[in-house]
Design a protein around this ligand. Structure first.
Ligand code: SAH
Ligand code: DHB
Ligand code: MG
Length: 222
């Protein structure tokens, strides 16, 4: 199985089930034009996030790692009219591109908090902005285990936490892997597996964004 084949099948699925969406396509085009890296979730993964947010009946969503707002748009569109999404982003340029993409997509109920995610998360806890119904962790991989702890403080029983990039081209299965991102994810996976307040799993994915994986975490106790 090759990347070419994974991409072809992702296109086949996206054409069948997702159709064309001007706002989402413009978000990717303008992100690329502004020089942002092409590391947003794939269209089929975006739709999965959207479906899970709807299944969850989410009214409050937290995203850690905005980039150009591609996953943000998918998630925000799952919210009811009085719902709210907060997305955390370190890079001012990413936040600016994302704001324009969200506005173009007609997303009115999403707020981007600029700064280090760890600082914004502490602020959200202090301001009692939780609990969130769904939290999507997708920022710097070395911060993931901290982000899990903050996410738990911003959760209730029944909160769904989803983490992107937990397989890293298979690198996570090798304890000797020296990549800092892989080590960050291995630390996250170990902390997660030992965490008593959740039940969780991780699923490998292939597609237009290569070989990686998603973790799904249900908060079962406060
Ligand atoms: N969720 C996006 C992709 C996010 S890429 C999507 O699927 O469309 C990861 C993002 O996290 C980048 O924009 C990067 O600037 C941001 N980031 C990296 N370190 C961060 C930190 N410490 N705090 C907040 N954001 C951070
Ligand atoms: C990277 C980050 C992501 O969120 C992603 O989905 C893929 C790659 C990265 O930093 O390399
Ligand atoms: Mg990611």
């Amino acid at each position: 199985m090759s990347q070419e084949q994974w991409t072809a099948v992702d296109s086949y699925i996206a054409d069948l089930f997702l159709g064309h969406d001007a706002a989402l396509e413009a978000a990717l085009t303008s992100s690329a034009a502004a020089g942002l890296p092409a590391i947003s979730v794939s269209p089929t993964q975006g739709k999965l996030l959207h479906l899970l947010a709807r299944l969850q009946g989410a009214r409050k969503i937290l995203e850690i790692g905005t980039l150009g707002g591609y996953s943000t748009i998918w998630l925000a569109r799952a919210l009811p009219a009085d719902g709210h999404l907060i997305s955390l982003e370190l890079d001012p340029k990413h936040a600016e591109v994302a704001r324009a993409n969200l506005d173009r997509a007609g997303v009115k109920n999403a707020e981007i908090l600029l700064g280090r995610a760890a600082d914004s998360l502490q602020q959200l806890v202090l301001e009692k902005r939780g609990p969130f119904d769904l939290i999507f962790i997708d920022a710097d991989k070395q911060g993931y285990s901290d982000y899990l702890q903050w996410s738990l403080k911003l959760s209730r029983r029944g909160t769904l936490i989803i983490a992107d990039n937990v397989v890293r081209n298979g690198g996570v299965a090798d304890p000797a892997n020296t990549d800092a991102n892989v080590q960050g994810i291995r630390r996250f996976n170990e902390v997660l597996a030992a965490e008593k307040r959740v039940t969780s799993t991780a699923i490998q994915t292939v597609g237009s964004k290569g070989y990686d994986g998603l973790a799904f975490i249900l908060v079962t106790a406060d």
